[in-house]
Design a protein around this ligand. Structure first.
Ligand code: SAM
Ligand code: SF4
Length: 336
């Protein structure tokens, strides 16, 4: 497994892993309420508690100056935040940044795909768990499948380098659709990742241990229709990738339960309220909002705080879906 082991990088943690990738949740709000991500009745952060766009840009600048080459903008749903296009444009212009990418639920892509591409977003992940409109409504509680499919088409026409579908698979909800989702991706030249549900925050719609559908079962299901060839060029990410024989598409498996990927972790997350989370599955964090508000504009002070924060990055996470969630924050507040 390839990791970013770069001894002279400013952000190397205690375990020799270089942090080269920042994921930024620019809002905890969303126009969907996916059953695995949120409870039905959610309280969102008051506006003054979340980072301003200028604070987000400034923190991204500090990370890029510290050698981070890839930034993913996410949420909540990033496209519901006012001013997102200007923010993307500014982040995209940071010298030294190699890749600006985004994760979206697709609800606003039909209107915004061209502008996102023009703003400098290179690649985009779109969440799509089912191709059945009734199930889509049930899983997202609000979403309209047609609108998301229009968004995916608009993204294909806008010219992104790659588009990837993210699908969270829940037993007895959408697990019978894994082949159809891969077929959808293959026909459109998209990649697809299947994600095991993670126990982040309390959800009220289902029992997570009953809904668990492990990656190895998905691989078995896919074998009935597709030939998967292992791809060896790992990029420090959690996905285990395979090429689908006879196509341009790749299928990935993000398996936080069945395959621990922490030894190659190269990433940290900035939450909408400005906490720097050192690990998805632990609470180790540093309040960067307090740092930027204590000394506005002092980038060296901020960079020093980031360097110190990397020292507390935990070695690994342990998820247990059979227990009540230890991590109380939901995925929308995390920057998934
Ligand atoms: N709203 C955008 C979207 O849905 O793509 C971006 C944010 S969302 C939190 C990012 C990704 O996290 C989505 O692909 C979603 O399916 C996934 N996700 C949310 N809650 C999850 C959970 N409890 N376990 C695993 N993946 C989850
Ligand atoms: Fe919103 Fe994304 Fe969470 Fe679904 S997964 S509720 S779209 S933030």
């Amino acid at each position: 497994m390839k990791t970013d082991f770069l001894p002279h990088h400013p952000l190397v943690d205690r375990f020799g892993r270089a942090v080269t990738y920042l994921r930024v949740s620019i809002t905890d709000r969303c126009d969907f309420r996916c059953v695995y991500c949120m409870a039905e009745d959610m309280t969102f952060l008051p506006r003054q508690q979340i980072l301003s766009l200028e604070e987000i840009r400034f923190i991204c600048q500090a990370f890029v100056e510290l050698g981070v080459g890839k930034i993913r903008i996410t949420g909540g749903e990033p496209l519901v935040r006012k001013g997102v296009l200007d923010l993307l444009q500014q982040i995209g212009q940071l010298g030294g940044l190699r890749e600006l990418v985004m994760t979206s639920n697709g609800s606003r892509l039909a209107q915004m795909a061209d502008e996102l591409h023009a703003a400098g977003v290179k690649r985009i992940n779109v969440s799509l768990d089912t191709l059945d409109p009734v199930k889509f409504k049930a899983l997202t509680r609000i979403g309209d499948l047609e609108q998301v499919l229009r968004g995916i088409n608009a993204a294909r026409e806008a010219g992104f380098e790659r588009i990837k579908i993210n699908a969270v698979i829940l037993k007895d909800r959408n697990h019978l659709e894994v082949c159809d989702l891969v077929q959808f991706a293959v026909e459109r030249g998209l990649d697809i990742s299947f994600i095991e549900e993670m126990p982040l925050g309390a959800v009220d719609n289902h029992d997570r241990s009953e809904a668990h559908y492990p990656s190895h079962r998905i691989k078995q299901d896919l074998a009935s229709r597709f030939r998967l060839e292992a791809v060896h060029d790992k990029t420090g990410g959690p996905s285990d990738y395979f090429r689908i024989q006879g196509s341009d598409s790749r299928v990935g498996f993000i398996s936080p339960h069945s395959a621990n990927f922490c030894s190659s972790c190269n990433r940290v997350r900035l939450t909408a309220e400005g906490r720097l989370l050192l690990c998805l599955g632990n609470e180790h964090s540093v309040d960067l909002k307090a740092v930027v508000r204590q000394r506005p504009g002092d980038i060296d002070f901020l960079k020093q705080a980031i360097i110190s924060a990397i020292d507390i990055k935990p070695e690994k996470h342990e998820f247990n879906i059979h227990e009540r969630p230890v991590i109380l924050r939901h995925m929308n507040a995390t920057g998934g």
